[in-house]
Design a binder for this molecule. Structure first.
Ligand SMILES: *Cc1c(COP(=O)(O)O)cnc(C)c1O
Length: 378
C-alpha cells in the first residue's frame, strides 16, 4: 500500500482493506482443478496446510498493516520465529541475537538451534557498538524489550547488519504494527505474536511474519507448511475481525499506559518506573510513533511488596499474557523470569519487586483508582 507511514493507519482504511468473506474451511479442491496445481502457487487452494483462502485474506491484510509486500500466518508467534530462522539458517551458519529476548525465543536459541549446527552469538541492547556480526547471516532483535521496555535502534542495526551482509529480523510484537513499522527503517523481516495486540482479545494463539522481499516470504511459507506450523483458519477469521479495531485499541492502550506510567512515576512507593514516554532519550526511529503500547514496568523494591500489590488489585488480573483488552499484571521474577538465579536477575536488572502491568482499554480513572488503593496497602 503506497503512502502508508507509521501514523497513517486510520479506522476507515482498515475497513477498506479486503474484508474476510471467503469460506472458513476449505481442504481440497485439487480434484476440481488438477491442471492448475503448482507447488509454489500460494493462491491455488489445494490443501489447507499449504494455503487457505481465509488465512490468505488475513495474511494480505496484516501485510498491508506492516507496510510489507506479503506475509505468512503461523499457528503461533513461536512458529513464526522458528520458521523464519530456519528458512535462512542451516548447519554451520551463524546468527546473532539480542540478549534481552522473549523467553520462548531464548529456549529455541539455547535448546534447538545449536543441535542443528547453527552457531548463536549474543549482544546486549546496552552495547550495540560491539555486535559480533562478522560472518553472521541474521541479526535478530526485538524492537521493544520485555519486561524493561528498552527500545532497540532498528535504523542503526539495519545499517550494521546490511554492511556485513546479514539480514535484520525484528520481533515487533511489543510495538504492534500501529505504533511502529520496522520495515520502514530497514528491517528485512518483521515478526509478530498475533496472540498479543493484533488479535488483542486473549482468545487466539497465532503468529505472523512480513517482508518487502517476496522471495524471503516464499521460503518462510515453504517452511511453514513443510514443518506443519499452519494456522487454524477459524482463528485467522477471528483475527480478521479483531484487526478492524486495532487502531482504536492501540490508541486507548497508548493513552492509558502513558497516564498510568506518569501516575506511578510520582508515587512514593514506586522505586523505579519504566515506560518509553518517561525516557529523556529514545532512538530517532521511534520519534514519530503514536505511542508505546500497554506494557509498563514498575519496581516496588521487595517481592513481598510486589505480591501484596498484585493481590490487592481488583480490576487487573494476575495472568502471564499481555496486550489484550483487559488489564493484566505479573511479577516477572516469579513467572516469565522464574528460572533465573538471583545473580542473573540482578545482571538483567530485573528486581524481585518488579511488576509488569499490561494496561487494558478500561476506563482510565477506574484503573488509576485500583492501582492507588492496592499501593496504599503495602
Ligand atoms: C508472546 C510472544 C512471543 C510468542 O508468541 P506465541 O504466540 O505465544 O507463540 C514471541 N515474542 C514476543 C515478544 C512475545 O511477547
Amino acid at each position: 500500500m503506497k503512502g502508508f507511514s507509521t501514523r497513517s493507519i486510520h479506522v476507515g482504511e482498515i475497513h477498506q482493506l479486503d474484508s474476510v468473506t471467503t469460506p472458513i474451511f476449505q481442504t481440497a479442491n485439487f480434484l476440481m482443478n488438477p491442471s492448475k496445481y503448482k507447488v509454489d502457487e500460494r493462491d491455488n487452494y489445494i490443501y489447507s496446510r499449504i494455503s487457505n483462502p481465509t488465512v490468505r485474506a488475513v495474511e494480505q491484510k496484516l501485510a498491508n498493516l506492516c507496510g510489507a509486500q506479503d506475509g505468512v500466518l503461523f499457528s503461533s508467534g513461536m512458529g513464526a520465529i522458528t520458521c523464519s530462522l530456519l528458512s535462512v539458517l542451516s548447519e554451520n551458519d551463524k546468527a546473532v541475537f539480542l540478549t534481552e529476548l522473549y523467553g520462548g525465543t531464548h529456549s529455541l536459541i539455547q535448546k534447538v538451534l545449536p543441535k542443528l549446527g547453527i552457531q548463536c552469538e549474543f549482544f546486549s541492547i546496552d552495547d550495540i557498538s560491539v555486535i559480533p556480526v562478522n560472518g553472521a547471516k541474521v541479526v535478530y532483535v526485538e524492537s521493544l524489550t520485555n519486561p524493561l521496555l528498552k527500545l532497540t535502534d532498528i535504523e542503526l542495526l539495519s545499517k550494521i547488519a546490511h554492511q556485513n551482509g546479514a539480514l535484520l529480523f525484528v520481533d515487533n510484537t511489543f510495538m504492534s504494527p500501529y505504533n511502529f513499522r520496522s520495515l520502514e527503517f530497514g528491517a528485512d523481516l518483521e515478526i509478530h505474536s498475533v496472540t498479543k495486540y493484533i488479535n488483542g482479545h486473549s482468545d487466539v494463539i497465532l503468529g505472523f511474519a512480513a517482508s518487502k522481499d517476496k522471495d524471503l516470504i516464499s521460503k518462510i511459507w515453504q517452511k511453514m507448511y513443510t514443518l506443519g506450523f499452519n494456522p487454524d483458519p477459524f482463528q485467522a477469521y477471528l483475527v480478521g475481525r479483531s484487526v478492524k479495531t486495532l487502531v482504536l485499541r492501540m490508541e486507548k492502550h497508548n493513552q492509558n499506559a502513558k497516564q498510568i506510567a506518569q501516575f506511578l512515576s510520582n508515587h512514593e512507593k514506586v522505586a523505579q518506573i519504566r515506560y518509553p514516554t518517561l525516557y529523556t532519550e529514545i532512538p530517532e526511529c521511534y520519534e514519530n510513533c503514536p505511542g508505546f503500547g500497554a506494557v509498563v514496568y514498575c519496581d516496588l523494591v521487595t517481592q513481598e511488596n510486589a505480591l501484596k500489590f498484585v493481590e490487592g488489585l481488583k480490576i487487573f488480573k494476575q495472568a502471564t499474557s499481555l496486550a489484550g483488552v483487559e488489564s493484566l499484571v505479573t511479577i516477572p521474577s516469579l513467572t516469565s523470569h522464574a528460572s533465573l538465579t538471583d545473580e542473573e536477575l540482578k545482571k538483567a536488572n530485573i528486581s524481585k519487586g518488579g511488576v509488569r502491568i499490561s494496561v487494558g482499554i478500561e476506563d482510565l480513572q477506574d484503573l488509576i483508582d485500583d492501582i492507588e488503593q492496592a499501593l496504599s496497602e503495602i
